[in-house]
Design a protein around this ligand. Structure first.
Ligand SMILES: NC(=O)c1ccc[n+]([C@@H]2O[C@H](COP(=O)([O-])OP(=O)(O)OC[C@H]3O[C@@H](n4cnc5c(N)ncnc54)[C@H](OP(=O)(O)O)[C@@H]3O)[C@@H](O)[C@H]2O)c1
Length: 261
C-alpha cells in the first residue's frame, strides 16, 4: 500500500553509484566520501579548498576533485558539465557545504548574516538548480540537503545559522513535492552535534556528540531506509523534535534554563 512505501527510493547498493558531495573537504562531507568510497561509489568532491579535497581523495578508487565556492552562483554549472562528461549522469548529489558563526543579538552584523545565508541557503539552492534539469531528464536520482536540528526552532547563538537551516528544511519539503512524482528523491539530513571543525568553536559541552565517521554511517543507513528526513543521533533529535511542539512560554523557559552557562 502506498501509505507504507518509503517516501524516497532507498539507496543501499553503492557499487558504481555516481555521487557528488559538495562540502567534502572536512568533517561530515570528508567522512561520507571515505565511507562511500569504501562501498564502491564513484565520487566527485567539491569545496573551496582544492588541497584538502586532494587529501580526502588520496587513495580513493574512482574520484574527481572539482573545487568550487558555493557562493559563486556560476560555479555549479561547469562542475556539473564536467560530471556529465565523465559519467553521463548523476545518481546522487549531497549538498553539505555549510558555515556557522555563533551570533547573539548584540553581535549581529549584516555581513555575517549574509555570508551565512549565502553559503547555507543560496549555495544549496544554486546547487539544486544546477542538477535538477539532469535529474528530470533521467527521471531518477536523488538530492540530499544537509540541514540541522538547529532549523527546528530558535536556539541561542544560532541567529543566522538557525534561520538558514530552517529555510533549508522548508526548501527540501517543497522540492520533494515537485520532484518525487518525477522519480527524483529528496532527502533532508538533520544532524545533532557532530565533532568537526565547524563545532570545534563551541565553548559548551555538546550533548550526544558523535564523530564525523559515525555521522557518515548514520547517513548511509538513512539512505537505505528511504525516509524523507534522516536525523541523528535519535536520542538527541527526538528530544529536539518534541521541543517543537511545546507552547512558546514553556519552550523559551526550558531552552533559556538548559543553555545557561
Ligand atoms: N557538525 C555538526 O554538529 C553539524 C550539525 C548539524 C548540521 N551540520 C551541517 O553539516 C554540514 C557539514 O558541516 P561539518 O560539521 O562537517 O563542518 P566542516 O568540517 O566545517 O565542513 C564544512 C564543509 O563545507 C565547505 N564549505 C564551507 N563554505 C563553503 C563554500 N563557500 N563553498 C564551498 N564549500 C564550502 C567546507 O570546505 P571549504 O572550507 O574547503 O570550502 C567543508 O568541506 C554543514 O552544512 C553543517 O551546517 C553540522
Amino acid at each position: 500500500m502506498a501509505w507504507f512505501r518509503s517516501l524516497n527510493t532507498p539507496i543501499s547498493d553503492w557499487q558504481g553509484r555516481r555521487v557528488w558531495i559538495v562540502g567534502a573537504s572536512s568533517g561530515i562531507g570528508a567522512a561520507l566520501a571515505a565511507d562511500l568510497d569504501a562501498r564502491g561509489a564513484r565520487l566527485a568532491l567539491s569545496a573551496r579548498s582544492a588541497g584538502r579535497l586532494r587529501d580526502v581523495a588520496e587513495g580513493m578508487r574512482d574520484v574527481m576533485v572539482l573545487p568550487l565556492d558555493v557562493t559563486d552562483a556560476g560555479a555549479f554549472t561547469p562542475a556539473m558539465m564536467q560530471i556529465l562528461d565523465a559519467w553521463g549522469g548523476l545518481d546522487l548529489v549531497i549538498l553539505n557545504a555549510g558555515t556557522y558563526t555563533p551570533l547573539r543579538a548584540w553581535d549581529l552584523t549584516t555581513d555575517t548574516a549574509r555570508q551565512t545565508v549565502h553559503t547555507n541557503l543560496l549555495g544549496v539552492m544554486d546547487g539544486v538548480a544546477a542538477v535538477v534539469p539532469q535529474m528530470l531528464r533521467q527521471q531518477c536520482g536523488a538530492i540530499a540537503i544537509v540541514g540541522s536540528v538547529a532549523g527546528y526552532r530558535g536556539l541561542p547563538k544560532a541567529l543566522a545559522y538557525g534561520p538558514s537551516k530552517a529555510a533549508l528544511i522548508n526548501f527540501a519539503e517543497t522540492l520533494y513535492l515537485d520532484l518525487a512524482p518525477q522519480g527524483v528523491s529528496v532527502f533532508i539530513i538533520n544532524p545533532g552535534f557532530v565533532a568537526t571543525p565547524l563545532t570545534a568553536q563551541n565553548d559548551f559541552d555538546m550533548p550526544a556528540l558523535i564523530s564525523a565517521e559515525d555521522a557518515a554511517r548514520r547517513i548511509v543507513r538513512g539512505f537505505a531506509g528511504g525516509a524523507f528526513e534522516i536525523h541523528f543521533p535519535q536520542r538527541f533529535t527526538r528530544v529536539m523534535k518534541l521541543l517543537r511542539w511545546l507552547p512558546d512560554r514553556l519552550y523559551f523557559s526550558l531552552v533559556s534554563r538548559g543553555t545557561r552557562p
